[in-house]
Structures are given as structure tokens and as C-alpha cells.
Write a protein that binds this ligand. Structure first.
Ligand code: FES
Length: 155
């Protein structure tokens, strides 16, 4: 994280001195963009840099599911399992992916290509069921579309 300090210093100039704790979220986002996840050492270093209690950083990490605490596969498949997606077959999507990739939600394939996660509403309920792969949405998913997607991502 140390190489990000100059960026954080610039960010700090935009925050009132008494609002240092407001920097926790953008700093964690930047760390994850850089490393792919937030490591224990990042938490310790950010705690020291911002001068906020470690628990404050850990609370943010626990609250926002977007943050990862361990490395993930090259393609991160996040399947929405909330109401609209559930009603339109999200459980089948999850089962299909588990079977096809031979893993369970929360796991990464041995070759490091795929990580499967289940998440709450992705904000695209009208096109359920939805799978987000890294930053891209894949909507109205079906077994055939999942197979084509995995094929494409595996290349
Ligand atoms: S319920 Fe799945 S995107 Fe909203």
C-alpha cells in the first residue's frame, strides 16, 4: 500500500481535516483496485496512515460486500440471489455454475481462472437473473448463455 501514499496525500487535501475517517472507503477501493483484494497488511498500514481505529476499517470491509480479503480468479462471477433473480432462476444459475466449474460459491477454480460468489441485488432486477463478471453485467441468463459465457471467458 505504501506506493499509494502520494495518491492518498492528494486525496487528503480534498477532505476537511476533521473528516479523515471519510477517506477509509475511497482508500480501500483504491487498494483493492491496485492489489485485487485488501490484505491484513493494508489494514495495518491504512490504520497508521489515517490515524483511525482499526475497527473502523474492518467495519467498512465487513459492511460492503464489494471488498475482497483474499485473491480471486481472473474472472469473478457474482450471481445475484436476491428476490427478482431468485424468482427467475438464480438458484439454477448457481447450481449450473457450481457443476460446470466444479466449485462452490466462495471458491476459486484450481487454475485460478474463475471465482464464484453469490451477492445481493445488483440493481438490474428487470433483466433477472443477472451475473456480473468483473465489471460487466450479463443479463437474462440461461444455462445456454452461461455455457457460452464460460467458454468465452476461458479462452
Ligand atoms: S434482484 Fe437480482 S439484480 Fe435485483
Amino acid at each position: 500500500m505504501k506506493h499509494l501514499i502520494p495518491e492518498f496525500d492528494q486525496m487528503r487535501r480534498r477532505f476537511p481535516a476533521e473528516a479523515t475517517s471519510s477517506m477509509v472507503l475511497p482508500c480501500l477501493r483504491r487498494i483493492q483496485d491496485d492489489r485485487g483484494f485488501v490484505a491484513d497488511s493494508d489494514i495495518a498500514e491504512l490504520t497508521a496512515y489515517l490515524g483511525v481505529p482499526r475497527i473502523q476499517i474492518e467495519e467498512v470491509l465487513a459492511h460492503y460486500t464489494q471488498f475482497r480479503r483474499a485473491p480471486i480468479g481472473r474472472s469473478h462471477l457474482q450471481v445475484c440471489r436476491n428476490l427478482s433473480c431468485s424468482m427467475r432462476g438464480a438458484e439454477g444459475v448457481i447450481e449450473h455454475l457450481c457443476h460446470k466449474l466444479q466449485l462452490q460459491p466462495g471458491q476459486t477454480t484450481a487454475d485460478g481462472r474463475f471465482t464464484l460468489s453469490t451477492v445481493e441485488c445488483l440493481g438490474s432486477c428487470g433483466t433477472a437473473p443477472v451475473v456480473m463478471v468483473n465489471e460487466a453485467y450479463h443479463e437474462n441468463m440461461s444455462p445456454a448463455k452461461l455455457d457460452a459465457l464460460i467458454e468465452e471467458l476461458g479462452k
